[in-house]
Design a protein around this ligand. Structure first.
Ligand code: NDP
Length: 285
């Protein structure tokens, strides 16, 4: 009689639409690399079915799941506890199931921060953040918790930018302000890090956020959240001007690393996951 177990550990993702979400390829490449008998199942879950999907994951003893659009806020009502960051951000994209208890976390900003820390420590730095959507909110809160000195949030609708600035001021030690996005934004002299957290550039290698390109200076760190294509127009312009470019693949990879640490307590090899994404999207170099 064989003592081999035929029961895999189950993880996955609930979102819709989800056919273009590459996370399954990235995480399963790392599971295979480490010889971990686990699966990551990409599930198309419509809003009306979210409660059943969460109940199903618990019933089938999944160890955790990611939650992407449109479920990041709606999932909170089905959870037993939230991490500090998820509480402040008000959105969850990673749920851990342990002993039948569901805990929600938000790895969007943490994944970005881990990627940023590969090139600089944000502590004491000044940041210009473009966009005020879900990604910008998570990034701003994590930058605040990591000791960034000041964040200026720039958005077409300045009221949305002010909500994020207030969230940072009220919940972290960082200072923050909002700025309306009128025409080409000039990067102020004292800025260390520019972050594009808008959706400009997603699926369009020529799209460029309206910024005054001559205000990009050598020494700036220019980060983009866009994973596809990774070598965005903004990053190409930044590199040509001597800035340090940081692509959106690192954010995605680090979210995978953090999620699996929460679910399995194991740290996956980020380079294996990055290669899997580069095979899909091409390299940012
Ligand atoms: P949201 O829809 O919540 O926010 C989009 C933001 O982009 C808004 O602030 C919006 O401004 C701004 N925006 C869009 N078009 C323009 C434009 N033409 N000019 C100025 N501003 C514009 O999206 P998310 O925050 O959830 O996601 C943003 C991007 O981040 C997506 O492309 C997504 O792929 C990427 N992402 C990447 C991750 C990664 O791991 N690499 C993880 C999560 C997200 P306004 O409020 O004025 O409409």
């Amino acid at each position: 009689m064989s003592d081999k177990s035929f029961l895999s550990i189950l993880t996955g993702s609930f979102s819709t639409p989800c056919a273009d979400n590459p996370t399954v390829a990235m995480i399963e490449a790392a599971y295979r690399h480490h010889g971990i008998d686990a699966r990551y199942i990409n599930c198309d879950v419509k809003p009306d079915n979210l409660a059943d999907a969460v109940r199903g994951a618990k019933a089938m003893e999944w160890v955790g799941f990611n939650c992407s659009l449109p479920h990041k806020v709606a999932v909170i009502q089905y959870l037993d506890a939230l991490s500090e960051a998820a509480k402040i951000i008000g959105a969850v994209n990673c749920v851990t199931i342990r002993d039948g208890r569901l805990t929600g976390d938000n790895t969007d900003g943490k994944g970005f921060l881990a990627s940023l820390k590969e090139v600089t420590d944000p502590r004491g730095k000044t940041v210009l953040l473009l966009g005020a959507g879900g990604a910008a909110r998570a990034i701003a809160v994590e930058l605040g918790l990591a000791g960034t000195a000041h964040i200026t949030v720039v958005n077409r609708d300045p009221a949305k930018a002010e909500i994020i600035a207030a969230l940072v001021r009220d919940n972290t030690g960082s200072d923050a302000a909002a700025m309306p996005w009128d025409g080409a934004v000039r990067i102020p002299e004292d800025v260390d890090i520019l972050i594009n957290a808008t959706s400009i550039g997603l699926g369009d290698k020529d799209a460029l956020p309206p910024i005054a390109l001559d205000s990009l200076k050598k020494g700036h760190i220019v980060a983009d959240v866009i994973p596809n294509p990774p070598r965005t127009h903004l990053l190409r312009e930044a590199k040509a001007r001597g800035c340090t470019p940081l692509d959106g693949l690192g954010m995605l990879v680090n979210q995978g690393v953090i999620g699996v640490e929460l679910w399995l307590g194991k740290t996956l090899d980020a380079s294996v996951m990055k290669r899997a994404l580069q095979d899909i999207f091409g390299s940012a170099d």
